[in-house]
Design a protein around this ligand. Structure first.
Ligand SMILES: [Zn+2]
Length: 298
């Protein structure tokens, strides 16, 4: 191998040999996994498809595959890229944590951002649109805790620079969505109180603490009454809360009341089928009113 480094051709030379057709070429192109699988399914043997071939061989091999097959290849390659990203996220987290230990916060932030971006691509989400609902099966639910700890680190890193205030706000908003479903919820909620005293952006931290409480209340009520945090009724309630209630002092008082009463209410509702049904009916009625109000007010 030492000698191959010496004999590596410069781009102007064309002294590589295509292992398939034997002609000399300046560059060999890799035969991707999808193409390989498709060619094998047309009856070609593994040995007839070298790992990399010349440009004209790539074309020729491509011609042997039908259109339907080509679509399948694209899918395989896309799935493969996703699988690589999904696997690679672990390494990104390790890198970031290493940077955190060495107090290289800017580098840590870059690795964390790459990690979040990988997840967005894996789950086919636009930038900033990752949501906890994506992780709704048990295999993925652990990721919610990892994401929460990543966002919590990012919030604190961004806090250090006035240039990153808007990123801090975005990370804090996202964290409020993920945190209540994670296993580090109480730990972070407690740490946030300490962080509030030293933060350069205390308002963002306050908003985050408040939004987290509301997320928790939402989860309690929704799972108790509708047995589904994403029930349409719950979405309407949330909209009403965000668009209408928070704009007036009376509304804000109601939100506070809601935060206080909902966890114990939810606890007593669970295991009480008749009152749950009554409440569900009552909520549905007032929600159709709420939906009408929302349309008028917004
Ligand atoms: Zn060739």
């Amino acid at each position: 191998m030492a000698e191959s480094a010496e004999s590596t051709p410069t781009p102007s030379e064309s002294n590589l040999t295509c292992p398939r057709c034997g002609s000399s070429t300046s560059a060999l192109k890799p035969v991707d996994t999808g193409t390989r699988l498709a060619l094998q399914s047309t009856g070609m043997q593994e040995g007839e498809i070298p790992p990399a071939v010349c440009g004209s061989c790539i074309k020729e091999l491509g011609g042997k595959i039908s259109q339907g097959m080509k679509l399948r290849i694209e899918r395989v390659n896309r799935d493969k890229n996703r699988a690589i990203l999904w696997k690679g996220r672990v390494q990104l987290i390790k890198e970031a944590q290493e940077h955190m230990r060495n107090r290289q916060y800017a580098q840590a932030a870059i690795s964390y951002e790459k990690y979040l971006r990988s997840l967005e691509i894996v789950f086919n989400k636009k930038k900033g649109e990752l949501s906890p609902e994506v992780f709704n099966n048990s295999r993925r639910s652990k990721e919610v805790t990892v994401i929460s700890s990543v966002l919590w680190d990012l919030v604190r890193i961004y806090d250090n620079s006035p240039r990153y205030t808007s990123r801090m706000k975005e990370a804090a908003d996202k964290l409020a969505q993920f945190l209540p479903l994670s296993t580090i919820h109480q730990e972070v909620a407690k740490a946030a109180e300490g962080f509030l005293k030293q933060s350069k952006n205390p308002q963002i931290v306050k908003d985050f603490m408040r939004a987290t409480k509301i997320s928790i209340a939402k989860c309690f009520i929704a799972s108790a009454v509708f047995e589904d945090p994403e029930a349409p009724e719950v979405l309407i309630l949330r909209q009403f809360r965000d668009q209408r209630l928070k704009r007036s002092s009376v509304g804000r008082g109601l939100v506070r009341l809601y935060e206080t009463v909902s966890p114990p209410l939810a606890r007593s509702l669970r295991g009480n089928q008749p009152s749950r049904q009554r409440l569900r009916k009552g909520l549905r009625q007032s929600l159709s009113f709420t939906a009408g109000q929302l349309r008028r007010w917004t």
